[in-house]
Design a protein around this ligand. Structure first.
Ligand code: G4P
Ligand code: MG
Length: 176
């Protein structure tokens, strides 16, 4: 699969663009929920622009014996979630909408707390057939950039950040 590299600078600008879309839409979240680990840095960038607190959740595709599963499970969740989320406007953040299975799972879990509204923000949406779907309770999905079915290489996965930046420059042109 084709690899597409991103720098922190590019990720930050995608975050800024998503925050702009959110403000323009009139959706004013009370709280950001970050899906770890890929959603942590995007959520933190959105916090800079939206100024809202972040709660974190952890989801895994491995069972307790490290065996892969078809569906995700919670490995970390929000303490007193009902109290923190009932009646609130939630912005759920992840880095990529790939199969949509994680996002379907997390949106359903969050809707069970009866928030006033639930919207989703992702840096990237992949144009492909999705295994998961958004429940009707999701009012809006904000996307930084829509891509084909490529493999996105995020800067936080880089062991050599200078090589990451060079690869991103090659792929996206000198304008970064
Ligand atoms: P989705 O529901 O949000 O679409 O995600 P899905 O469960 O399909 O994704 C499974 C895992 O694969 C997720 O990581 C997701 O971030 C990762 N993934 C999917 N496509 C890409 C890609 O193009 N590039 C990278 N770097 N990762 C991708 P995870 O298991 O949640 O791990 P992590 O978030 O802790 O990294
Ligand atoms: Mg992820």
């Amino acid at each position: 699969m084709k690899k597409l590299y991103y720098t922190y600078q590019m990720i930050h600008k995608l975050g800024q663009s998503i925050a702009g879309q959110i403000k323009e839409s009139g959706f004013n979240p009370d709280v950001i929920v970050a899906i770890g680990s890929g959603g942590f840095i995007p959520a933190r960038i959105l916090r800079t622009y939206l100024g809202k607190p972040i709660l974190a959740v952890g989801i895994a595709y491995y069972d307790l014996n490290d065996k892969p599963m078809d569906y995700p499970r919670k490995v970390q969740w929000i303490e007193e979630a009902e109290k923190k989320l009932a009646g609130k406007r939630i912005l759920l953040v992840d880095e990529v909408d790939d199969s949509r299975v994680t996002l379907e799972y997390c949106t359903n879990e969050l809707l069970a707390y009866h928030p006033e509204a639930l919207a989703v923000a992702v840096l990237h949406d992949k144009r492909k057939e999705k295994r998961g779907k958004f429940p009707p309770g999701v009012s809006k999905v904000f996307v930084g950039e829509t891509l084909g079915d490529v493999w996105i290489v995020y800067p936080w996965d880089a062991l050599d950040i200078d090589a990451q930046d060079r690869n991103a420059a090659l792929a996206h042109g000198a304008g970064i």
